[in-house]
Design a protein around this ligand. Structure first.
Ligand code: NAD
Ligand code: 44H
Length: 381
């Protein structure tokens, strides 16, 4: 049986990556710091995925186990040394923290194993696998062999998997839709093509279409929904003003995607409508706090709001609804989210809000920052 090592036994890790790997005949070592999850994976070796639709169909994922990387890093090194594929779905902010352990595992492997290996980061981030590679190479010893035998192909994964609250800690409810796209040009083990994964020669159009439609859209519903007092996506999107803002924002990211990547207008409209229908799924319950989590990350230079704002600006395309939404993001509060707490401290304590906006977004002083500040002011209550 082929072996997969997957970092992050959370929602998308169990709810999507695990399903595809298992369907392709892999055994999976899930790596996580959540001891309860790891214990359950180690003792049961199986878990259930439930589809959030009328069928409530169950998919069983077998041949799984777990390793706690905080308490047993040596076992992770050993697993990477023998793996046929390594994947992650752990959060972009965590990638630099697991990189040294991946480097150790690769060094151990490269001592006597020249079988090609791909390390695929399945995160909502442009260029995640290549960013992970840069972090891994900071401590990797045998870079020359890694250059020859280890690939870090960028990827995009799409499936809405909410926070879970089942009595069974491993069970995970997911939407039926799923899409996993991998950049084939960056693979070293190109013979290993997984059923259920779409391999493309250039990932950029796909990750940007996904991030600037699904994630910009999702975030728009979440931050505006929060501002209006909603707690979950379903109630927020039933508010006509939220739906109108979502459509307005997607018209602006869509304008960019059509111009930049030459998607046909009708193809993109179909894609957007499917995404909106997914947000409205009556069988899925998703908290705004999950979608709005880590707001400082989401306001980053290459993230779901600022990158399309920058690029529409450069192409002289409209972006006022995107900027308006960022005004609402700057009002977001969640005492349970460290980045949201930090955001409040930075914004509420600002003597010069423009400087804070520049710091958070990476934008230079200028008209875009001024417009974001005005959008923030518009939503002060
Ligand atoms: N949930 C979704 O709908 C979805 C869809 C597509 C992509 N993603 C992306 O997948 C990634 C994971 O998202 P998620 O929703 O599954 O989050 P999650 O919080 O459910 O899962 C993350 C897991 O990583 C573990 N973890 C955190 N720090 C760790 C560390 N230092 N070492 C080992 N494990 C650690 C956590 O314990 C948790 O089990 C994110 O990049 C997210 O953007 C999520
Ligand atoms: O995971 P994040 O924090 O980048 O974004 C939150 C959600 O928008 C995201 O997890 C979506 O559910 C997912 O990207 C759908 O494929």
């Amino acid at each position: 049986m082929k072996k997969a090592v997957h970092f992050g036994a959370g929602n998308i890790g169990r709810g999507f990556v695990g399903e595809i790997l298992a369907e392709n005949g892999f055994s999976i070592d899930f790596i996580d710091v959540n001891e309860q999850l790891i214990e359950a994976l180690k003792s049961r070796h199986t878990y259930d995925i439930e589809l959030a639709d009328q069928t409530h169909q169950h998919v069983v994922v077998d041949n799984v186990s777990g390793i706690n990387n905080a308490t047993d890093p040596a076992a992770v090194v050993e697993a990477i040394a023998k793996a046929d594929v390594v994947t992650t779905a752990i959060g972009p902010n965590i990638l630099p923290r697991i990189a040294p352990l991946i480097a150790e595992g690769l060094d151990e492997r490269l001592k006597n194993n020249e079988a090609p290996l791909d390390v695929i980061a399945c995160e909502n981030m442009i260029g995640a696998s290549q960013a992970l590679k840069a972090d891994v190479y900071k401590t990797l010893q045998n870079k020359e062999a890694a250059d020859r035998f280890v690939g870090f192909p960028n990827a995009a994964v799409d499936r809405i998997v909410p926070a879970q609250n089942h009595e069974d800690i491993l069970m995970v409810t997911v939407e039926p839709f799923h899409e996993w796209v991998v950049d084939a040009s960056q693979m070293r083990n190109a013979d290993l093509k997984l059923d259920g994964v779409h391999y493309v020669p250039d990932l950029e159009p796909y990750i940007e279409r996904k991030l600037f439609t699904v994630n910009t859209g999702h975030a728009t519903i979440a931050y505006m929904g929060y501002y209006l007092g909603y707690e979950d996506i379903k109630s927020a999107i039933s508010d006509e003003s939220v739906l109108a803002q979502l459509r307005a924002v997607l018209a602006q990211t869509g304008g960019l995607l059509v111009k930049k990547w030459k998607f046909s207008g009708s193809e993109l409209e179909t894609y957007q409508n499917e995404v909106i229908a997914r947000f409205m799924n009556p069988d899925l319950s998703d908290a705004i706090s999950r979608i709005a989590r880590t707001p400082l990350r989401k306001l980053g230079y290459d993230e779901r709001f600022i990158r399309p704002i920058r690029e529409t600006d450069g192409l002289e395309l409209p972006n006022d609804d995107l900027i308006d939404t960022v005004g609402m993001v700057l009002h977001y509060q969640d005492s349970g989210d460290a980045e949201a707490v930090e955001l409040r401290k930075m914004v509420d304590g600002a003597s010069d809000l423009n400087a804070v906006i520049e710091k958070i977004t990476g934008l230079p002083a200028g008209p875009l920052v001024e417009k974001i500040k005005s959008a923030y002011d518009k939503y002060v209550r």
